[in-house]
Design a protein around this ligand. Structure first.
Ligand code: ZN
Length: 274
């Protein structure tokens, strides 16, 4: 038998809580660095900011087939870290540190529920986020697409953990469109997504996501970062907002986008128009 721990120490053991496995946020020097940032001002415009929020995984039912599939197909740490990196890269490259919301922790909760997924802040502190992902939904996705679909949904929800929303006044469709634009840029667009200008520009999801992709092509690579940053700390007012970002109204931009799709569609063999 090994000796009792107290026999090896002359001092009484303190009753203070044991240190957490989580390092203080100010000391991450011992952690592996995915990407080294440089203080060099000249290259600042190209730097992707690094953030190391506390990441957690909560599995409500280990016997659920959706939970089993998640554990079989993904490495949770990598999936969450990669999603954080994708969001920071696409929304905050070249922007100053204070432009990024102070998100401190993200908990991915896998549980049985209706719908696909949603993101919420914790009551106690909005800087702590929870992504709830439905195991029923995971079960419903064909096996051949399960892994990519889970990754895509996590990236979409991760955007909600870090994006600005004009103090809650931004159109919901723009918020969802930015989330799907990042998903698209991260390479997780599902095969059924299609460019379309039916309906309004803020129909949301991939409809608005592809519109943002077109804005990127026509107004420069920084445009979605600019749109997100303009949603920081002030209320949304459509005319002022879009003129500031793109120099014209969003209605005008949407018409131009529609025309560009019609021009493109005329070259498609399955196009129904003359
Ligand atoms: Zn969403």
């Amino acid at each position: 038998m090994s000796p009792a721990p107290s026999s090896t120490s002359s001092a009484p053991q303190p009753l203070a809580p044991q240190p957490s496995a989580v390092p203080p946020s100010s000391d991450t020097s011992h952690l592996p660095q995915r990407e080294k940032t440089t203080p060099d001002a000249a290259s600042a415009s190209k730097v992707k900011p690094a953030r190391k929020p506390l990441l957690r995984l909560e599995l409500r039912d280990l016997s659920d087939d959706g939970t089993r599939a998640f554990l079989r197909l993904l490495h949770a740490t990598t999936a969450l870290e990669d999603a954080v990196d994708a969001v920071l890269k696409h929304l905050y490259t070249g922007l100053k540190s204070h432009c990024i919301p102070p998100t401190r922790s993200i908990t991915l909760v896998l549980r049985s529920m209706n719908g696909v997924a949603y993101t919420t802040g914790r009551d106690i502190d909005e800087d702590h986020k929870e992504i709830h992902l439905s195991t029923d939904y995971i079960n419903h996705v064909p096996d051949s697409r399960k892994k990519e679909e889970i990754q895509g949904v996590i990236v979409h929800e991760m955007v909600h953990c870090w994006q600005h929303n004009a103090l809650g006044t931004a159109p919901g469709g723009l918020i969802e469109g930015i989330a799907d634009w990042v998903r698209l840029k991260a390479g997780f667009a599902p095969p059924h997504w299609k460019r379309s200008a039916d309906g309004d520009w803020d129909a949301g999801y991939e409809r608005t996501g592809f519109f943002l992709e077109w804005l990127e092509a026509t107004h420069g690579a920084e445009i979605v970062r600019k749109i997100n940053d303009e949603l920081r700390g002030c209320k949304y007012e459509s005319d002022e907002f879009w003129h500031k970002c793109c120099g014209r109204s969003v209605g005008h931009l949407w018409s131009e986008y529609k025309s560009s799709l019609e021009d493109g569609d005329s070259k498609q063999p399955d196009d129904e128009s003359i």
